[in-house]
Design a protein around this ligand. Structure first.
Ligand SMILES: NC(=O)c1ccc[n+]([C@@H]2O[C@H](COP(=O)([O-])OP(=O)(O)OC[C@H]3O[C@@H](n4cnc5c(N)ncnc54)[C@H](OP(=O)(O)O)[C@@H]3O)[C@@H](O)[C@H]2O)c1
Length: 328
C-alpha cells in the first residue's frame, strides 16, 4: 500500500509517498481501506511540530510517528478476533488516535473505540470531513459553552472547517447565530442558517452593538477586552482556535481578573462514541451537512495540506484516497 510519511519536521514538502506492507489488524483492531480523509490544522501543526511545546510529546528533534492524518472514512476490510461491532464491508468513519498510524494512507489499522458506521446518505468525503471539526463544534457549543435554545451566540471564523459546522449545530440547538467571516463567504454563512452575518473586513468586532451569551472563537483572535464588551453578564467566551501563546496568556490573565462576571475559557475536543453517534444522527437526518471547499487526489495531498494551512478554507479540505473502482 502507499502512505505519506515524513522523517523530519517541516512544511508539506517534507511529506513523501512511500510503499509499505498492508498492515494486519491486532485482535482489537479493524483494517480500514481508506476512501477519503480530511485535512485539519492539527495535521500541519503536527507536520511542522508547532507550537514547539507539542514536540514534548511528538518528539523533540524529529517526529516519533512518521505517519500523519486523523479524520477518515473508509470500508472495513478485515477485523481482529475481538471485534464485535463491525464486519468486513461496513462503511465506517472516525478519527485515528493510535501512535504509529495516520490517515494519509491507503489502509489503516484502528481500534474500534472511535469509529461509527458512516451514515448511508452521505459520501465518504462528507463523512471524512466531520469527526474533528464537527465534534469540536458540538463539544464547544454544548458542553463548554453551555449554549441553550433561544440564546445568542457569536461564531468567529464561521466559514472554516469548525465554523461551518458550528453555525449549523448552533441553529439545530435553537440558538440565534451571528456569524463572522470575510466578504466572499457571507452568502455561505447565510445559507447555513446564520441569523446575522458580520463581514470582519468591513466592521470591527469591537464596534458591534449586540450582547451575546456565548462567543465561540474559532479563529483565536478575539481579545478579552472585546469579549467582555460583547458578553452578557455570566456569558462565556470560548477560545477554540489557536491564536498563539501571547494571546492565550492575555486571555488566561484576563480570566483571573474578570472573576465570576464572565467566563473566559478554552478547551480541546476529545473523541468519544456518544458524541460520534450524535454527529451521525445530525448528518443522517440532514440537520447539518459537511461543507467541502476543495477536493484533492491522493497524489496531491501535500497541496491539500498547504491549502488548509493558508487559513482561508471555505469549509473542509478533502483528499480522495481509494477512488470508486469505476472511476479509477
Ligand atoms: N480546541 C480544539 O479542540 C480544536 C479542534 C479543531 C480545531 N481547532 C482550532 O480551531 C481553529 C479553526 O479550525 P478550522 O479547522 O476551522 O480551520 P480553518 O478551516 O482553516 O478555518 C479558519 C477560518 O478562519 C477564518 N478567519 C481567518 N481570519 C479571520 C478573522 N480575522 N476573523 C474571522 N475569521 C477569520 C477563515 O475565513 P476567511 O477566509 O473568511 O478569513 C477560515 O475560514 C484552528 O486554530 C484550529 O487549530 C481547535
Amino acid at each position: 500500500m502507499q502512505a505519506y510519511i515524513r522523517q523530519k519536521y517541516g512544511g508539506p514538502e517534507v511529506l513523501s509517498l512511500g510503499k509499505f506492507h498492508k498492515p494486519s489488524p491486532k485482535p482489537d483492531q479493524l483494517l480500514v481501506k481508506v476512501k477519503a480523509v480530511s485535512v485539519n490544522p492539527l495535521d500541519w501543526h503536527g507536520l511542522r511540530g508547532t507550537p514547539y511545546l507539542i514536540r514534548l510529546s511528538m518528539g523533540l528533534f524529529k517526529p516519533k510517528n512518521s505517519f500523519l492524518g486523523a479524520d477518515v472514512s473508509g470500508i472495513v476490510e478485515e477485523v481482529g478476533s475481538a471485534i464485535t461491532n463491525f464486519k468486513p464491508g461496513d462503511e465506517v468513519y472516525g478519527e485515528i488516535n493510535e501512535s504509529g498510524a495516520g490517515s494519509f494512507a491507503e489502509y489503516v489499522c484502528v481500534r474500534q473505540d472511535f469509529w461509527a458506521k458512516k451514515p448511508a446518505n452521505i459520501s465518504h468525503e462528507e463523512a471524512a470531513a466531520a469527526p474533528i471539526a464537527a465534534l469540536t463544534a458540538i463539544q464547544g457549543l454544548r458542553d463548554h459553552g453551555g449554549l441553550k435554545a433561544g440564546q445568542k451566540v457569536l461564531i468567529n471564523g464561521a466559514s472554516g472547517g469548525v465554523g461551518t459546522y458550528a453555525v449549523q449545530i448552533a441553529k439545530a440547538m435553537g440558538a440565534h447565530v451571528t456569524a463572522v467571516c470575510s466578504t466572499h463567504k457571507v452568502d455561505q454563512a447565510n445559507k447555513l442558517g446564520a441569523d446575522e452575518v458580520v463581514d470582519y473586513t468591513k466592521s470591527d468586532l469591537s464596534t458591534l452593538n449586540a450582547k451575546f451569551d456565548l462567543i465561540f472563537d474559532g479563529v483565536g483572535n478575539c481579545e478579552a477586552k472585546i469579549a467582555k464588551r460583547l458578553l452578557k453578564p455570566g456569558g462565556t467566551c470560548l477560545l477554540v482556535g489557536w491564536g498563539g501563546f501571547k494571546h492565550m496568556a492575555k486571555f488566561v490573565l484576563a480570566n483571573v481578573l474578570v472573576g465570576k462576571k464572565w467566563n473566559l475559557t478554552f478547551f480541546t475536543a476529545k473523541m468519544n462514541l456518544d458524541d460520534l453517534a450524535y454527529l451521525s444522527e445530525l448528518l443522517s437526518s440532514g440537520k447539518i451537512k459537511s461543507i467541502i471547499d476543495k477536493q484533492y487526489a491522493f497524489e496531491q495531498l501535500p497541496q491539500a495540506v498547504a491549502y488548509q494551512e493558508d487559513g482561508h478554507a471555505s469549509g473542509k479540505v478533502i483528499v480522495t484516497v481509494n477512488k470508486p473502482e469505476h472511476s479509477s
